[in-house]
Design a protein around this ligand. Structure first.
Ligand SMILES: *[C@@H]1O[C@H](CO)[C@@H](O)[C@H](O)[C@H]1NC(C)=O
Ligand SMILES: *[C@@H]1O[C@H](CO)[C@@H](O)[C@H](O)[C@H]1NC(C)=O
Ligand SMILES: *[C@@H]1O[C@H](CO)[C@@H](O)[C@H](O)[C@H]1NC(C)=O
Ligand SMILES: *[C@@H]1O[C@H](CO)[C@@H](O)[C@H](O)[C@H]1NC(C)=O
Ligand SMILES: *[C@@H]1O[C@H](CO)[C@@H](O)[C@H](O)[C@H]1NC(C)=O
Length: 473
């Protein structure tokens, strides 16, 4: 700040340059792995290079079981980046292992797009995904995918490695992935404390940064879609229209000026300019304050907690101190008389966000609302919202998808190979034991004629695995 101030003395032009461009230096994560799965070549998307998982230069290691192979879409998928044209397919549990140089919160993104080739239809996949000890996905069916999907997880990594494990749901199924991102998150992305909103009680929720999250909604309010190209952390923010209950009585606003990020406030990594420069608002144009809330509704899954992050930036008021309103989460007053000027150090167009933790109840939705409070004023803006993120939090068994902890999900995979061998061996065992029992009955003195059942059935050899596969596809 000091240096900025001294620059101010030199010229307005310099101030312009330095405040605009010093602050917009892009975030450079310590851990930054982008993997182009199943591809033989690297591929660049929005200036980011996804490294082929087959090349030696890739610094993430695929701990390949012999039962993985790469698949290439037979045809050009029009309009889709190259990373969605290839996939790595797993016929048995397999993992990618990434070195973690910077412990702490990490973002993991899985890119999934089902295509079919003459060999295989990715729509026939069914699988589980684990990230270190976290269950990220269970029984996920590629057949339910419509277009490319990016699943994003945030988790605290304490170890030197981050492992992403794919487990086919059964022997007859397989897992796949088109691309993986593993990125260290900025330190200020998830803070330690949020406000837990439980009925009319609002209290501290501590240890927020040690939870794992799946980002289920990331919404920019009142503006067009924000693509990874325009986001400091390469996120996508979708428009809010389909979540807004009613736009009646509200206005959209767009701001062409500069968003003023401040130290200690929401940073550009928390939300990019393109999210803060649009909003919806309730405005009173005459002496009466509208009796109205603006409400957004997000379908969620019962029995999980959700982190609700609401983004605000006063891009609409003509002066400081005029915008005071209430914030509700699930119909409960979560932030009373939010005075945006006060929380942004008395600066307009400066971003602010608030984190709330809520339980998803049987209503099946999380709702967020903003509306005038008793302190709202006539002839001013009386409520505003610029963005919302809804993140599912891991449950008590460390899962984001179901009631099974990671160890049990791994155990779902039969440890020994089944194929035709197992039934056959089972039959042999049965016959052997039957004959043994009969023999024992005949002659109890006879010492054990056989003691070692063939417990260890050999794993399928790589070649057999491949043969099985090719006969399958
Ligand atoms: C990035 O944002 C600008 C407006 O801020 C927009 O004109 C441009 O189309 C966006 N680019 C992409 C790739 O989304
Ligand atoms: C203020 O304007 C609203 C519509 O914008 C109208 O419904 C209301 O009656 C007006 N109130 C007064 C006091 O004029
Ligand atoms: C706004 O929503 C809150 C919470 O649901 C409710 O208590 C309040 O009455 C609503 N205000 C209006 C004007 O509907
Ligand atoms: C999420 O998992 C951690 C341990 O990994 C646990 O301490 C925490 O309580 C879990 N969160 C919830 C909401 O159950
Ligand atoms: C997958 O679905 C099957 C059938 O519904 C269920 O028995 C199994 O427990 C599920 N697996 C996991 C890991 O949740």
């Amino acid at each position: 700040m000091e240096t900025l101030l001294s620059r101010r003395a030199f010229s307005f032009f310099l101030l312009y340059i330095f405040t605009f461009y010093d602050l917009s230096l892009s975030f450079s994560p310590v851990d930054n792995y982008l993997v182009n799965c199943g591809a033989s070549l690297d591929s660049t998307v929005d200036n980011r290079r996804f490294v082929s998982d087959s090349s030696d230069s890739s610094n993430s290691h695929l701990l390949s079981s012999a039962q993985t192979f790469s698949l290439c879409a037979g045809t050009i998928l029009l309009g889709l980046p190259q990373i969605y044209h290839t996939a790595r397919v797993f016929k048995a549990p397999s993992k990618y292992v990434f070195d973690v140089k910077d412990p702490g919160m990490h973002m993991v993104r899985l890119h999934l797009h089902q295509f079919s080739s003459s060999k295989l239809n990715l729509g026939d996949s069914q699988f589980h995904v684990l990230v270190n000890g976290l269950v990220a996905l269970t029984n996920f069916s590629g057949g339910n995918l419509v277009g490319p999907k990016v699943l994003e997880y945030l988790l605290w990594v304490n170890s030197k490695k981050l492992e992403v494990t794919f487990v086919p749901a059964k022997k007859s199924k397989f897992a796949f992935v088109n691309a993986i991102e593993v990125i260290s998150a900025p330190k200020d992305l998830i803070l330690e404390t949020a406000q837990s909103v439980n009925g009319d009680k609002v209290e501290n929720f501590d240890g927020l940064n040690k939870q794992a999250f799946e980002v289920v909604y990331r919404v920019t309010v009142g503006g067009p879609k924000v693509t990874p190209f325009n986001d400091s952390l390469w996120r996508t923010w979708v428009p809010d229209d389909e979540y807004l209950k009613s736009s009646e009585g509200s206005t959209k606003v767009y701001f062409a000026g500069r968003i003023k990020y401040q130290d200690g406030g929401a940073s550009r990594e928390v939300g990019p300019d393109n999210v803060y420069d649009s909003a919806r608002l309730i405005q009173s144009k005459n002496a009466s304050i509208p009796k109205l809330n603006l409400t957004w509704e997000f379908p969620v899954i019962e029995d999980y907690k959700y982190l609700v992050r609401m983004h605000f930036c006063d891009i609409a008021s003509i002066a400081l101190g005029l915008l005071v309103f209430n914030v509700y989460v699930n119909g409960h007053l979560a932030y009373k008389d939010l005075d945006l000027s006060a929380v942004t150090n008395y600066l307009l167009a400066s971003p602010f966000y608030a984190d709330f933790v809520v339980d998803a109840d049987h209503s099946g939705v999380v709702t967020v609302s903003v509306g005038p409070s008793n302190k709202s004023m006539a002839y001013t803006v009386d409520a505003i919202l610029n963005g919302v993120e809804i993140m599912k939090m891991n449950n008590s068994v460390g899962s984001l998808d179901g009631k099974l902890p990671a160890e049990l999900v791994l155990k779902c995979w039969p440890r020994r190979s089944v194929g035709i061998l197992l039934p056959l061996i089972a039959l042999v065992c049965l016959l052997l034991s039957l004959s043994a029992i009969m023999r024992r009955r005949k002659d109890k003195v006879d010492s054990v004629p056989w003691s070692k059942l063939p417990v260890d059935i050999p794993e399928i050899s790589p070649n057999q695995g491949k043969q099985q596969l090719s006969s399958k596809v």
